[in-house]
Design a protein around this ligand. Structure first.
Ligand code: TRP
Length: 329
């Protein structure tokens, strides 16, 4: 069985793009693998959140993951800072991470351009902390996008370097978990590309029906197809892609046929897309609202995750300490 680990940045609410891009697969994957999902709150300190923001961001991510169907009885969902062993492994791995390679990391170069007045050591060693997250459970699969490819490569470098230094094939080489065909890219409502928080083109799982209707009805369309079976421009194709994800196949076909016959009324298409997003979102949204207020349940989930993650992490740390040569007197 594979040990799969995913770290989740605690920034903002989840949108349809997050759900269909990764979360849907996580929910499925948890039954077939030994899965760890954690909220990367240590990592988030690189940008200095306020104490109140930090806690709320962590809570919000956990709530939304649970509402989407991550089952805390099956997978291990935990808060990174609850597992102090991660910080110890980070320290140990840092002894073997070279300044040069950390400075050459693309994400580091990018972030120092973005926040030149806060170039802290935590940013420089972000890849070491990420390696510690992965190696602490000896995970062999990590479901990450292309943007994290270099970080994963560095994790392999650190793991191999440790193994060579101590002449011990201890850490496995983690590779990206590939969902293959199943990855669905959800475009933004503005037709400009991917749905994203910073792009301002997203429908959030927590959006109310009124907000969803407003957002969808505002989406820019064109004057309609003029020839049968014409290919769809981005600002129309996006509505169809969203429809494909949330609507019934018959509904999709109905509107697709109308488009191909040059008979489509975009007002009707948008109304249908909005209502189908609402139907899709409603059960998730209700769960989000219920879980947010259920502090007893949340407390139980978080402490259960902590216990399971700590069991796995403390075993690794104990073995790593032995390999390194720490001995008790
Ligand atoms: N760096 C990841 C991101 O920005 C988050 C992350 C932290 C992560 N630690 C991880 C992802 C370990 C996978 C494994 O999205």
């Amino acid at each position: 069985m594979n040990t799969v680990l995913s770290g989740i940045r605690s920034t903002g609410n989840l949108h349809l793009g997050n759900y269909f891009g990764a979360l849907k697969n996580f929910v499925k994957m948890q039954h077939e693998n030994n899965c760890f999902f954690f909220i990367a709150d240590y990592h988030s300190l690189t940008t200095h959140p306020t104490p109140a923001d930090l806690h709320n961001n962590v809570k919000q991510v956990i709530v939304e993951y649970l509402a989407c169907g991550i089952d805390p009885e099956i997978a291990t969902i935990y808060v990174q800072s609850d597992v102090i062993e991660v910080a110890e492994l980070y320290l140990l791995l840092n002894m073997n991470a070279y300044i040069g390679e950390l400075e050459r990391c693309t994400s580091f170069k990018e972030i120092i351009r973005k926040q030149p007045d806060n170039v802290n050591a935590g940013l420089l060693t972000y890849p070491t902390l990420m390696a510690a997250d992965i190696l602490i459970h000896k995970a062999n699969k990590v479901p990450v996008g292309k943007d994290q490819g270099q970080h994963l490569e560095m994790t392999r470098t650190f793991a191999n370097r440790f193994n060579r230094l101590y002449n011990n094939e201890y850490f496995p080489e983690p590779v990206a978990y590939n969902f293959g065909e199943e990855l669905t890219k959800i475009p933004g409502l503005d037709g400009s590309g991917k749905m994203g928080k910073s792009e301002g083109n997203a429908v959030y799982l927590i959006d109310s029906p009124e907000i969803i209707r407003k957002k969808v009805m505002k989406a820019v369309t064109d004057s309609g197809p003029t020839e049968p079976n014409q290919s769809k421009p981005d600002s129309i194709a996006n509505l169809f892609s969203i429809m494909k994800a949330v609507s019934k196949p018959d509904t999709y076909k109905f509107f697709d046929d109308k488009y191909n016959d040059c008979n489509i009324r975009y007002g009707d298409l948008k109304k249908q897309v909005a209502e189908d997003i609402i139907a899709f979102n409603t059960p998730i949204r209700e769960k989000i609202l219920a879980i947010t207020d259920d502090s007893t349940y949340l407390k139980k989930v978080v402490s259960m995750g902590k216990e399971k993650a700590k069991a796995s992490a403390s075993k690794t740390i104990k073995e790593v300490r032995e390999i390194i040569g720490f001995k008790s007197f």
